[in-house]
Design a binder for this molecule. Structure first.
Ligand code: HEM
Length: 148
């Protein structure tokens, strides 16, 4: 499904996406790099951050939160733009099922990150952190499938 076929008349292979599609998907993927990539980057830096002092992990998490949530908002906004831009009515039942599955994991990713940031126990931190990152990777993979 994904992007509407580009009418080029050329049979020699793919052509560039229309500029507006390029802007829409660039914003969507850029936000995905911050939301998904940021979670793994912060997790990867945590060992070193812990050596900077007892307050450092919480302060780094708060600082990441200040860019993480605007990225999530941009993902939802450009996600809705994606849905409006592609002709969902013409989409196969499978494509539509993947879209709904994606929206479900996006909600789960947001809920997981929200509860992770408010967790007070090590188990809560680990559980909701895992839910947030796994659901985010699932959203990314389903997005690539939708793009066709
Ligand atoms: C954690 C949140 C999200 C992540 C990580 C994410 C990631 C992605 C990625 C990587 C693509 C593929 C882009 C490409 O290959 O060109 C994509 C496409 C897409 N996403 Fe998302 N997305 C998220 C949220 C959403 C939401 C909330 C919606 C709908 C409300 C949505 C709807 C779509 C659609 C329809 C496409 C296909 C666009 C096209 O082919 O033109 N996404 N997404």
């Amino acid at each position: 499904m994904g992007r509407a076929p580009v009418q080029t008349g050329s049979v020699n292979g793919p052509d560039l996406a229309p500029a507006i599609d390029g802007v829409r998907l660039t914003l969507h993927v850029l936000a995905a790099t911050v939301w998904v990539g940021g979670q793994f980057t912060v997790a990867g830096l945590l060992g070193t951050v812990r050596k900077l002092g007892p307050e450092a992990p919480r302060r780094v998490a708060l600082a990441f939160g200040r860019i993480q949530w605007p990225a999530y908002a941009l993902l939802v906004a450009t996600g809705i733009w994606n849905v409006l831009a592609v002709r969902v009515g013409n989409a196969s039942a499978t494509w539509q099922a993947v879209l709904w599955a994606k929206i479900a994991v996006v909600v789960l990713a947001g809920l997981g990150a929200f509860l992770h940031q408010r967790a007070r126990s090590k188990v809560g931190l680990a559980l909701w952190g895992a839910v947030a990152s796994l659901a985010s990777v699932a959203a990314l993979a389903l997005g690539v499938l939708l793009a066709g």
